[in-house]
Design a protein around this ligand. Structure first.
Ligand code: CTP
Length: 446
């Protein structure tokens, strides 16, 4: 019996997929089809797969060509499968010609002619119009965003806004954007969604104006610095039926989400402590250390370090206390936030003028999880137990700047699926704003 194997995402199942499977089956007697998991697709940079894994499997099954359907969830699996199932022929469409020649050591490799003028990417673009993204602000984080947007299908950066037209022009030139404006009305007329990357204190007004113009909003952290403002902007977004998301990138990245799932599965028992630290020594002349109104360690880094606290222990802490080292200009160069929950404690450590180990430790009644620095770009973590032989290490991808994950979720939200935003809920964002507000009060009291 001649065994054939092929792999794919088979998203929005189309004629190209059907014809590929038909010819793959005809190459032998028994066809195995590997369907990719969302996690695997995401880790190889393929965002915005629309259909669920179950639907994609069902569509492959319905063709009647597959004798067996398996799931592909990691790099290197093809070789394992070929050996495990005793495969004679590996086949895939001609868009992959050459890529899988290394499998010739194990079996025959056949590239089948790809069906012209059809692909999942095309169908996604047809089904959901390409989202025209505009960027407010032209600083460092905005420039990191542009190359990342290119990795996500269904969205394109079209325009940039800056009240200083010269900055907007320079930015547009650098990133080859056609449109740059210093007039918000003109800007909104050209776009469907905005990414706000302007200074913290300007977020609130920009969010309100964008939402009123019915533009979807992805806003840099901290989104706003007051709880009531956060409630108000979410309410306005709901009324105007647009997506509003806070861009705390860690919340959307695969490794951090895998970590949360493991914690929730009870692998370390009941969580009793979360300690998260993020420090980044900044130039004393930087905006972060000189902007007396909104600079400082906690406003800059706190969104990251309170994220795992809220995700793991929830929003209902009993007490919250801040301790800081203050610079002569009144800004905190180092802040520790202490959370007390009914059955747990948590600490968030943040420093722009003090350096420490950027790790995350989650301690439970059965064991603990350690995520090494930089934990906010989670690529690996270890679950550790008293009996060290039980320890287990997990690995995950965090590609380049890691902003593509939040953009992927933003696009999904706009297109109306995955609109539950469980990765960073509205309630969590509002709580974060409340924590920022409380910190600002202690700061002004100094
Ligand atoms: N395929 C094909 N003809 C097409 C599209 C896909 O023969 N017009 C083949 C691919 O070469 C692959 C299989 O179908 O062997 C599954 O491909 P997949 O990546 O799921 O489909 P695409 O439509 O190429 O998806 P995307 O646009 O997301 O890359």
């Amino acid at each position: 019996m001649k065994k054939v194997i092929t792999y794919g995402s088979f998203d929005l199942f189309h004629e190209g997929h059907y014809r590929l499977l038909q010819r793959a089956k005809a190459l032998g007697d028994y066809l195995i089809v590997g369907v990719t998991t969302e996690h695997y697709d995401e880790s190889r940079g393929k965002m915005n797969v629309v259909d669920s894994l179950m639907d994609r499997i069902e569509n492959v099954r319905k063709t009647g060509f597959a004798d067996e359907i398996i799931i592909e969830d990691h790099v290197g699996q093809k070789v394992e499968d070929i050996m495990k199932y005793g495969v004679d022929i590996f086949t895939v469409g001609s868009d992959w010609t050459g890529v899988f020649d290394y499998l010739k050591d194990y079996c025959q490799v056949v590239y089948l002619e790809r069906t012209k003028d059809i692909s999942s990417t095309m169908l996604r673009a047809k089904k959901y119009n390409i989202i025209r993204l505009g960027i407010i602000g032209t600083g460092r984080i905005a420039s990191r965003m542009i190359p990342e947007v290119k990795y996500v299908s269904g969205i394109n950066t079209d325009a940039v806004y800056n009240p200083h037209i010269e900055s907007a022009r320079r930015f547009a030139e650098q990133f080859e954007l056609n449109k740059y404006m210093d007039d918000l009305e003109e800007f909104y007329a050209e776009i469907d969604a905005v990414y706000i990357a302007s200074p913290h204190q300007t977020h609130y007004e920009y969010i309100k104006s964008a939402v009123q113009h019915r533009k979807h909003v992805l806003c840099e952290k901290p989104m706003v610095l007051k709880k009531e403002q956060a409630k108000e902007v979410f309410r306005m977004a709901e009324e105007n039926r647009v997506v509003l998301m806070e861009a705390v990138k860690t919340a959307y990245c695969p490794g951090f989400n895998q970590l949360l799932s493991i914690v929730r599965s009870g692998a370390i028992g009941s969580v009793r402590d979360v300690e998260a630290c993020f420090t980044k020594l900044e130039n004393p002349l930087s905006r972060e250390l000189t902007d007396k109104s909104y600079g400082g360690s906690f406003t800059e880094l706190g969104s990251y370090t309170i994220l795992p606290v809220l995700k793991i222990l929830g929003k209902d802490f009993k007490e919250l206390e801040f301790k800081s080292h203050w610079a002569a200009n009144g800004l905190d160069i180092y802040t520790k936030a202490y959370f007390t929950y009914e059955n747990a404690l948590a600490t968030s450590k943040n420093g722009l003028g003090v350096k420490s180990e950027g790790q995350l430790i989650i301690s439970g009644t059965r064991g603990y999880i350690i995520v090494e620095a930089p934990w906010w770009k989670t690529t690996s973590f270890e679950v550790r137990y008293e009996d060290r032989s039980q320890n287990e290490k997990y690995f995950s991808k965090f590609l380049k700047e890691g902003l593509r994950y939040e953009i992927g979720d933003f696009v999904s939200g706009i297109n109306g699926f995955g609109d539950k935003h469980f990765k960073l809920t509205k309630g969590e964002s509002i709580t974060m704003a409340g924590i920022m507000e409380k910190f600002m009060e202690t700061r002004h009291a100094e």
